[in-house]
Design a protein around this ligand. Structure first.
Ligand code: SAH
Length: 238
């Protein structure tokens, strides 16, 4: 009996290792590469940065979805994560990350932590990631998940991201993963000269456009539309 118990204790790590889904993740990354080529006429990015692609092939998306969604974790589509929210489509995560272009040592702000998946991708590429989530239980779950996966360069805060995170500003890049009716002025203010913000702007649940907002070295701000997208709305008191 004791021997059997000892054997059972040994089983879980072995099972987990076998279910790392590395091949599925590789396939997902390949699909994203194909989709990048197909959408290049709109995005002007036929290929995403190899560091971004490596991060997508590395971060275990199945650890960021509810247990009943795990078998779908490597399909290139959004999935429900509870509280009426979703984990974004992997292709969109890749596109937004590529546009934000996070580099080692840089500081990145994310609005809309959700599952924490996008934050983990950013954490693979940047020096430090600050992420804000308005639904408190989601913020808490994401924080615990990122800690369990040993991401030490991510800080999660529960709150309204519309106002940014002034204590850690300015940021080299800002990614907003919920659709806003306009670009929040506090976020523009917290962007470093030379910095980039990627944000879906438009009507909730209807037409939205992924925008790239750039602040030049002299502080002037320009923006351009990248692709029509559909995100959950940015909520809060603004
Ligand atoms: N980046 C997430 C996807 C998030 S979906 C991921 O990788 O899983 C968008 C998230 O934005 C939702 O969790 C929603 O609760 C959150 N959100 C909406 N309005 C917000 C606001 N004003 N401030 C912070 N988070 C907000």
């Amino acid at each position: 009996m004791l021997a059997l118990l000892a054997l059972l204790c040994l089983l879980p790590p072995v099972t987990l290792a076998a279910e790392d889904f590395a091949a599925e993740r590789r396939r997902m990354a390949d699909q994203i590469g194909t989709m990048a080529a197909q959408t290049a006429f709109e995005t002007a990015r036929p290929r995403f940065d190899s560091r971004v692609m490596d991060a997508l092939a590395k971060v275990p998306r199945h650890r960021f979805v509810p247990a009943n969604q795990m078998s779908h974790a490597y399909e290139n589509r959004p999935l429900p994560i509870g509280y009426g929210q979703t984990i974004s489509q992997p292709y969109i995560v890749a596109l937004m990350t590529d546009l934000a272009n996070p580099q080692p040592g840089q500081k990145v702000l994310e609005i809309g932590t959700g599952s924490g998946y996008q934050a983990a991708i950013l954490a693979e590429l940047a020096g430090w990631v600050y992420t804000i989530e308005i639904v408190e239980p989601l913020a808490k779950q994401a924080e615990e998940r990122l800690k369990a996966l040993d991401y030490r360069n991510v800080e999660v805060q529960a709150g309204d991201g519309y106002y940014g995170w002034a204590a850690h500003a300015p940021f080299d890049a800002i990614i907003v993963t919920a659709a806003a009716s306009h670009v929040p002025p506090p976020l523009v203010k917290q962007l470093k000269p030379g910095g980039r913000m990627v944000i879906p702007v438009g009507t909730p649940f209807l037409t939205q456009n992924l925008m790239l907002v750039e602040k030049a070295a002299d502080g002037s701000v320009s923006s351009r539309q990248i692709l029509p997208v559909r995100f959950v709305p940015l909520t809060g008191g603004h």
